[in-house]
Ligand binder design. Structure first.
Ligand SMILES: [Zn+2]
Length: 95
């Protein structure tokens, strides 16, 4: 397991973070964060921990993006076409 991935696991075990926060703290691109998160999600399934995702939400109308690929951040709201989207947040917890 890479050191970067371990750092993200430690970070998310301590509290909830969005992909932008993670990319700033770990100093990798947001795109890399999503790649790591997908691997972390898979690797934690065999352990007694899990990656919990708070779905993205539209700040204008409250629309929740639960149905789409939850790892990436949506660009705009399909309901009101607003672009003020609260990014998804990730946290690792015990099962
Ligand atoms: Zn909306």
């Amino acid at each position: 397991m890479s050191t970067t991935r371990q750092e993200i696991i430690t970070l998310l075990s301590e509290g909830e973070h969005g992909a932008k926060d993670i990319s700033k703290i770990i100093r990798i691109s947001e795109k890399e964060v999503y790649t790591h998160l997908e691997h972390i999600n898979r690797s934690l399934k065999s352990q007694k921990r899990r990656l919990n995702i708070t779905p993205a939400e539209c700040l204008s109308c409250g629309f929740k993006f639960e149905a789409r690929n939850r790892f990436s951040s949506p660009g705009r709201c399909p309901k009101c076409k607003g672009e003020h989207i609260q990014d998804p947040k990730y946290v690792i917890s015990e099962k």
